[in-house]
Design a protein around this ligand. Structure first.
Ligand code: AMP
Length: 282
């Protein structure tokens, strides 16, 4: 068993650790997470390692990206389990701040992103990207990595972070990592732990419906017809569909016909109390 990586819980401590690596000429990679780590997160750590000698992983369940009706209290937390998993991929340090370290008494600053943050998730979780953009900006400023890796599982979030980093000219390279899936196609997610055995059996339908729609669109079926078929398939399997949409992959603007450049099919749907998201390139 490898030893768990050292954990810092203050901005000053992680900044000092990273500064020492930098002074020694080492490149620093960063993977922000909310913990309850799975193989998808560990794959991001391996990707970060490919372009940096040192990798920092943050574990912080960010309260500002949850609405009061959402699962902040129930979100799975397992720091000691996370540390053993991070030891197995040889992460060099973990940044696990307290809520007051990230949001000091009187906190009154918010980062607001337009562009790719408009629509899709925002139509159902209006405060979500303000919370995400604020915490990601704070984490990037605290850690100061050369490269930060984000999963395409949260494709809209990935584009929002890319926009944020470009607009604030933060000196970090943003790298995307493809979605890691179970053998049956279900995208790995900490929230999959909420699924009952029956729901877990149904959950891969979200990927299957997207894959079917992508195939149909590629073979010339009208996109709107393929999207409604996917919504119908999910509803028939017991999902409550938030959206199934076809967008431009660069900025999530609505896809024109004929399309210019790469497209992405994105979906969010609820199965019981669990909200699942997924997407695939076209
Ligand atoms: P989370 O802690 O689940 O909010 O996610 C932390 C990071 O891991 C984000 O960049 C996610 O997009 C990424 N991630 C989560 N699940 C997956 C997955 N199945 N495949 C690839 N990346 C993922």
């Amino acid at each position: 068993m490898s030893t768990p990586p050292p954990t810092d819980d203050t901005v000053a401590a992680i900044r000092a650790r990273v500064a020492a690596w930098r002074a020694a000429g080492e490149r620093v990679g960063f993977v922000p997470t909310m913990g309850a780590l799975h193989a998808g997160h560990l794959a991001l750590v391996r990707t970060a390692r490919r372009s940096a000698e040192r990798v920092v992983v943050s574990v912080f369940v960010n309260p500002t990206q949850f609405a009061p009706t959402e699962d902040f209290g129930a979100y799975p937390r397992d720091l000691s389990g996370d540390l053993s998993k991070l030891a197995s991929v040889e992460a060099d340090a973990v940044f696990a701040p307290t809520t007051t370290e990230m949001y000091p008494q009187g906190f009154a600053t918010q980062v607001s992103v337009g562009g790719p943050a408009i629509g899709l998730e925002t139509d159902f979780r209006p405060h979500f990207f303000a919370g995400v953009a604020t915490v990601v900006a704070k984490l990037l400023i605290a850690v100061g990595p050369d490269v930060a890796v984000f999963g395409e599982k949260d494709f809209q979030q990935f584009l929002v972070v890319r926009r944020l980093v470009a607009d604030l000219r933060l000196p970090v390279e943003v790298v995307g990592h493809p979605i890691e899936r179970e053998a049956d196609g279900l995208a790995l997610s900490s929230r999959n732990a909420y699924l009952s055995p029956e729901e877990r059996a149904t959950a891969p339908e979200i990927y299957a419906a997207l894959a079917e729609a992508a195939l149909a669109i590629r073979s010339g079926t009208d996109a709107q017809a393929a999207l409604s078929a996917a919504r119908g398939r999910l509803a028939a399997s017991g999902f409550v569909v938030d959206y199934v949409e076809l967008r431009n992959a660069e900025d999530l603007s609505p896809a024109e016909t004929p399309p210019h450049g790469p497209l992405r099919l994105l979906a969010a749907a609820r199965l019981g109390r669990t909200r699942l998201i997924d997407n695939i390139p076209l």
